[in-house]
Design a protein around this ligand. Structure first.
Ligand code: GLP
Length: 256
């Protein structure tokens, strides 16, 4: 795991933006795993401004609420089209987001996994993190080898996401999410986290034990996982000084 601590969200986003921009330039038909939430908003804005070529890029989104039609303002379909896709030259047929209205969720999840496999696998998976340590919507106790499936949100996630729906009661209970095992097959994972409210989850992810109760800790097993975090999110890391030193002293050829 590479822990990149930057002064603020803008600086941490700049590192992540460089990694993705480089990938899209080197591999124009890259397959990206994309996240929603407030965290990647700066990243998407920066990528839009770079005017990269998305014509043959393929994307797979992490998750979607069950029961929300695509057109619903809070669906992750709406989020992605509003905040990224409509601003870049991506081809609609290359965009994949789980269908929260599917009549056969199990089949829809299996097909999603098949499509990821058929696309050649995810080159780079963007991740945020919940205050309870979830990645995608893999809530605490998610199987560490899980695949795309239906999950039930925790009370904590309801409270955290109430701001988007007006109240916690309006947040759907069920979601479709890519699994922790799905992320493990991505060639690279890039997790972003900003603000003091993420500090406990980041400390558990980086320095806690590998445990289903802290789903993001699965990244300890990933051969190429980067965490781009701000000082506030790094606030509870015991070895922050070491991580800062490592990043500052990376050999020239490793820096991008
Ligand atoms: C959401 C999403 C996650 C996201 C996380 C954090 O509910 N399903 O993919 O990483 O919770 O959200 P935010 O970035 O708004 O803090």
């Amino acid at each position: 795991m590479e822990i990149i601590i930057q002064s603020d969200a803008e600086a941490a986003t700049a590192v992540a933006t460089r990694v993705i921009a480089r990938l899209l330039r080197e591999k124009p038909n890259a397959v990206l795993g994309l996240a929603t939430g407030s965290t990647p908003l700066l990243l998407y804005r920066a990528l839009i401004e770079m005017k990269l070529d998305w014509r043959i890029v393929t994307t797979f989104n992490l998750d979607e609420y069950v029961g929300l039609p695509k057109e619903h303002k809070q669906s992750y379909h709406s989020f992605m089209w509003e905040n990224l896709f409509r601003h870049v030259n991506i081809s609609k047929k290359n965009v994949h987001i789980p269908d929260g209205m599917s009549k056969d969720i199990e089949k829809c999840c299996a097909q999603y996994e098949n499509k990821i496999r058929a696309s050649g696998g995810i080159d780079l998976q963007v991740l945020g993190i919940g205050t309870d340590g979830h990645i995608g919507f893999n809530e605490p106790t998610s199987s560490l080898t899980s695949r795309t499936r239906i999950k039930t949100l925790t009370r904590q996630t309801h409270l955290d996401n109430a701001r988007f729906f007006g109240s916690a009661d309006k947040v759907p209970h069920h979601v479709i999410t890519m699994g922790l095992g799905t992320f493990m097959e991505a060639r690279q994972c890039l997790l972003l986290a900003f603000g003091a409210k993420k500090a406990n989850a980041i400390a558990a992810t980086v320095e806690g034990p590998l445990a289903a109760i802290n789903p993001a800790s699965i990244l300890q097993m990933h051969p190429n996982a980067k965490l781009c975090i701000d000082e506030a999110a790094a606030g509870k890391l015991k070895h922050a000084e070491y991580y800062r030193w490592v990043y500052k002293n990376k050999p020239e050829w490793q820096v991008f």
